[in-house]
Design a protein around this ligand. Structure first.
Ligand SMILES: NC(=O)c1ccc[n+]([C@@H]2O[C@H](COP(=O)([O-])OP(=O)(O)OC[C@H]3O[C@@H](n4cnc5c(N)ncnc54)[C@H](OP(=O)(O)O)[C@@H]3O)[C@@H](O)[C@H]2O)c1
Length: 164
């Protein structure tokens, strides 16, 4: 499986259960990569989506410890082990860990690639992505040019997990 996230310069990813950035090209790339596949997220990330609804045209797997949690279009998993068993029949390249902070931390060791959008800004953040530059198993595989959406500079960077 792979992870995908938009991170600030200090690896921030969220505040007030919302995203830090809304960059059109980033959203487009997220849709293009994940559509048709399976997405894995934490219950708080599901709640942060419009209407708390799952993402269309994708298999939505949500981690929650609430045994009675039911939401239309969502499969639940009560542990990382349960997630791994649910996705065992999927093409690993089409399984995406999409956040948030708690879920990235627990599932990154199982990810082969991380598709990051590094945003050159430092907004106040409450939730963080692990700093891949301090984890020796994670190395930059490809990095795009730094581009701008008119307000924010950002760069697509892929990291590879040499231990996965
Ligand atoms: N920048 C990005 O790319 C990006 C992407 C996604 C999200 N975000 C942001 O990240 C923030 C949310 O992240 P977060 O860390 O607060 O929450 P989260 O990771 O989305 O969800 C945490 C919840 O997941 C469940 N959970 C966690 N570990 C579990 C386990 N081992 N087994 C079963 N359930 C488990 C629990 O749900 P229950 O409480 O229901 O038990 C927990 O409260 C938001 O601000 C969101 O906008 C940013």
């Amino acid at each position: 499986m792979n992870a995908i996230a938009a991170v600030s310069l200090d690896w921030g990813i969220g505040k007030g259960n919302d995203l830090l950035f809304h960059i059109g090209e980033d959203m487009k790339r997220f849709r293009a990569l994940t559509t048709g596949g399976a997405v894995i997220m934490g219950r708080k990330t599901l709640d942060s989506m419009p209407g708390g609804k799952p993402l269309p045209r994708r298999r939505n797997i949500v981690l929650t410890r609430q045994r009675d949690f039911v939401r239309e279009g969502v499969e639940t998993a009560a542990s990382v082990e349960e997630v791994l068993s649910l996705i065992s029949g999927e093409d690993p390249e089409k399984v995406w860990v999409i956040g948030g902070g708690e879920i990235y931390r627990q599932l990154l060791p199982h990810c082969r690639l991380c598709y990051l959008t590094r945003v050159y800004a430092r907004p106040e953040s409450e939730v963080f992505f692990p700093d891949l530059d301090t984890l020796p198993q994670w190395q930059v595989l490809r990095s795009g040019a730094i581009v701008s959406d008119g307000t924010l500079d950002y760069q697509f960077i892929e990291y590879i997990n040499r231990r996965a």
